[in-house]
Design a protein around this ligand. Structure first.
Ligand SMILES: Nc1nc2c(c(=O)[nH]1)N[C@H]1C(S)=C(S)[C@@H](COP(=O)(O)O)O[C@H]1N2
Ligand SMILES: [Mo]
Length: 344
């Protein structure tokens, strides 16, 4: 067993918080696609004539030289988990089974899942980062909800670069964006040390200004929209896609964000009094210093959400804030302590 070294272990990338050691959240898909076929890992290598395919059973994969690496994992929704030891086959050892043509520049990892979930990388980056085709974590087979029997693990990239239920590895001459990268605007490099969470926003300033004036965002895809400092009392944002949206210091009293996707959105010092956030996705969102008097957070998802940060006033709650206790379990320890003390 080769033990690989990760020099970044134990450092916390900007904007991340450590989860409690016993907690490993499940993010995204929760199970592989059902199939009676045995698990084969297929490696496809394009060539001028016809594509080459190499198929490995789990036993054949495990017969290759094994490596392990101890890393911290960093989810784009702002939680990190310390000290996870993954074991498997280094991507470089797997690729040494074939000849990689010089025209190959990218690599795509594809899941056996209902949406053929995938992610891609520059091949050189994947190799330099010691990407592992992992079968074990902390000495045990990877649990199915965390991607077993095989997931790839890319150290020092947001965890969406590590595909669960890995079934196919494609070598590519041109890049092919993965699911989250294409669907949700996640950054294609995903370096947590550079906070590469999202690609540049797609809405231009003029469109944004017209939308802000209309106060109607309902059911629209407005990823990364900038509404900081805006007067948006009574905003209708029901069901809208507002990942990475910037609502810092915005006036949002009586707004409706029911079932909106607010993952990684910024609400620092926003006025959310009497806002409806029922069923909203607030994973990785920051509510530091936000006024939540009378706000309704029933059914929200709060993995990685922030309410307090050292040196700043935390979110404001009062007896009219609706936030069922059960929602607080996925919070990181500091956040849990703060919010519990405010709502008791
Ligand atoms: N097949 C598949 N792989 C996936 C995802 C997914 O939805 N489907 N989500 C990604 C994201 S965003 C993260 S943070 C990690 C989560 O892995 P975990 O559920 O084991 O914590 O898996 C990544 N790989
Ligand atoms: Mo993620």
């Amino acid at each position: 067993m080769t033990v690989l070294n990760n020099s970044q272990s134990h450092r916390k990338p900007p904007g991340q918080q450590w989860v409690a050691p016993e907690k490993w959240p499940i993010i995204g898909e929760r199970e592989p696609r059902h199939s009676s076929e045995p698990w084969l890992l297929t490696l496809t290598v394009p060539s001028d004539s016809s594509d080459k395919e190499l198929k490995l059973s789990l036993d054949q994969l495990n017969a290759l030289p094994l490596s392990s690496i101890t890393i911290d994992i960093h989810c784009v929704t702002r939680w990190s988990r310390k000290d996870m030891t993954f074991q498997g086959v280094r991507l470089s050892d797997l690729l040494s089974l074939t000849t990689v043509p010089a025209t190959i520049k990218f690599i795509s990892f594809v899941a056996r899942s209902t949406r053929n979930h995938s992610t891609s990388m520059v091949l050189d980056d994947a190799l330099k980062l010691e990407t592992l085709i992992a079968t074990h974590v902390d000495g045990e087979p990877i649990p199915s909800d965390h991607g077993g029997p095989i997931r790839n693990v890319v150290p020092d990239r947001y965890f969406y670069k590590s595909v669960k239920w890995l079934e196919r590895i494609e070598l590519l001459t041109e890049d092919h964006l993965g699911f989250w990268e294409a669907e949700s605007g996640y950054h294609n490099q995903a370096d947590p040390w550079l906070e590469q969470r999202y690609m540049a926003p797609t809405i231009d300033k003029r469109t944004a200004a017209a939308l802000i004036a209309s106060k109607d965002f309902s059911n629209k895809d407005l990823r990364s929209i900038d509404c900081s400092n805006r007067e948006l009392t009574g905003l209708n944002a029901e069901g809208s896609l507002l990942r990475d949206g910037n609502f810092r210091k915005a006036k949002l009293c009586n707004s409706n964000f029911s079932n909106a996707n607010l993952s990684n959105a910024h609400f620092e010092s926003a006025d959310l009094s009497n806002a409806k956030l029922v069923g909203a996705d607030l994973e990785g969102a920051s509510l530091v210093g936000a006024n939540l008097s009378g706000a309704d957070l029933t059914g929200c998802s709060l993995i990685g959400a922030t309410f307090i940060e050292a040196g700043t006033p935390g979110a404001f709650f009062d007896s009219s804030t609706v936030i069922p206790r059960g929602l607080l379990t996925p919070l990181t320890p500091d956040q849990f302590v703060y919010v519990s003390s405010k709502i008791s």
